[in-house]
Design a protein around this ligand. Structure first.
Ligand code: AMP
Length: 425
């Protein structure tokens, strides 16, 4: 074959999409229970929005953007949703419509990372944002949503790590302290962290390189630089999580890569995932609206990776619901019966809401029966000229092999009764 999907992108084939739909259904149901409503924004965004919203010094902006030049416009395929969501909020003046907006999303994101298990160039995130509340209940709400979704799937061994990275002023002081600590150690840092040192020293703290981790373990802690307000916010959030029975671990080295975060930062990991073990994460971004030129507006949210959630569910042996199958396959022979099958299938789909299929190739009855079996159809109705004349045809239940002659007009009723009795047994 000449063409293959682009590196780091994957097809979700029909045999897999039932799992996606199931997982998305659980996410939607949970989001709606909390009163989050869905927002869908374009995949294309202005480069400048992401550069400002995500931060000029982040890996996402410096190395991983899919950019497109179109005339004068520099566009990107969105790498995440918080900046686009805030853009939409500001653009449509939604601060005039109620004090707090609660939105969720599910969609494709794009980052030109080195592909590996759990890391793709096109991947899918689900997430939620609470815009307009600085209160720690809003932080608790998004964490409760994320943990509620993951627990509904019965995932064991989840770790929720939590930190406060303070406000802008605290972070500026902390940044100086980190610079003072790391500068004399620069030649012991990994090359990537040495490069980050002057631009974004906080990022060294969440480096995965053992040499960086060793130095980071003794670095000054953000906790010592928090203002009284930030400290109280963090304490209050922890109390709420305890009230909710949500277990967490404090991790002063958890900083997250995005510049606009303030105060709360959190991440959820699963032991089932291997090297890329983050199922999702989030935090507060009180500085974002202003950075995008809007009125200062607090916000807090999270994003989770759908591919990783599916990997974790598969590794955990999660029982996905069986994909829907045809309730009836009409196996027809002869031109007259084939026309009848076409029209009847449509009528029963429309009037009875049944899942009905029939042969699209003009195959033999034997081949049609094999096809019905392969697709997992529940019943097969055999019709030829004679059955049409009699108004009566054999209806076979594939699992039991039982066959009954049923008047053609009573087939839907028969299927309904069979369905009800199968629910009883
Ligand atoms: P982030 O926006 O970087 O905080 O990512 C949130 C979540 O999205 C992560 O915890 C992952 O579950 C998922 N994720 C991020 N980047 C990728 C990627 N390149 N491939 C697959 N999933 C990803």
């Amino acid at each position: 074959m000449r063409f293959r999907s682009v590196k780091g992108t994957h097809d979700i084939l029909p045999q897999e999409s039932a799992r996606w739909q199931h997982v998305e259904g659980v996410i939607r149901s949970w989001a709606e229970r909390f009163g989050f409503r869905e927002i869908r924004t374009p995949i294309l965004e202005p480069f400048e929005l992401i550069a400002r919203g995500v931060g000029q010094t982040t890996d996402i902006v410096t190395k991983e953007m899919f950019t497109l030049q179109r005339g004068q416009d520099l566009l990107v395929l969105r790498p995440e949703m918080t900046a686009p969501v805030m853009r939409a909020y500001l653009q449509h003046g939604l601060y005039t419509q109620g004090a707090v907006q609660k939105w969720y999303y599910i969609g494709a994101m794009f980052r030109a990372e080195r592909p590996q298990r759990g890391r793709q160039r096109q991947f899918h995130q689900y997430g939620a944002e609470v815009i307009g509340s600085p209160d720690p209940t809003a932080d608790a709400e998004v964490i409760a949503l994320q943990m509620g979704i993951l627990e509904e799937f019965g995932l064991q061994g989840l770790r929720l790590r939590l930190n406060s990275i303070g406000d802008e002023a605290a972070r500026a002081r902390y940044r100086e302290a980190l610079l003072a600590y790391f500068r004399p150690l620069a030649d012991r840092l990994s090359p990537a962290s040495r490069e980050r040192l002057e631009r974004n020293p906080l990022r060294i703290l969440d480096s995965k390189e053992p040499q960086d981790q060793e130095l980071a373990a003794r670095a000054p802690r953000i906790t010592e630089y928090l203002s009284e307000g930030c400290r109280q916010h963090f304490e209050q959030l922890k109390r709420y999580l305890e009230d909710l029975g949500i277990a967490y671990e404090e991790d002063p080295l958890l900083v997250r890569g995005l510049d606009y975060y303030s105060r709360t930062a959190f991440e959820v990991t699963s032991p089932l995932l291997g090297a890329q073990d983050a199922l999702g994460g989030g935090g507060r971004y009180d500085g974002l609206a202003k950075a995008l030129g809007g009125p200062p507006t607090p916000g807090v949210g999270f994003a989770g990776g759908l591919e990783r959630l599916l990997l974790a569910l598969e590794a955990s042996g999660y029982l996905f619901p069986a994909p829907a199958r045809a309730e009836l396959y009409i196996a027809a022979t002869g031109a007259e019966a084939r026309r009848w099958a076409l029209v009847r299938a449509q009528r029963w789909r429309r009037q009875e809401g049944l899942r009905v299929e029939y042969d699209l190739l003009g195959r033999s009855i034997k081949a049609q029966l094999r096809e019905a079996d392969r697709m997992g159809a529940r019943f097969v109705l055999f019709v030829g000229d004679q059955e049409l004349r009699q108004g009566l045809a054999p209806l076979k239940e594939l699992a039991s092999g039982e066959q009954t002659w049923v008047p053609l007009d009573e087939v839907p009723e028969y299927l309904r009764r069979a369905h009800v009795s199968s629910l009883r047994t």
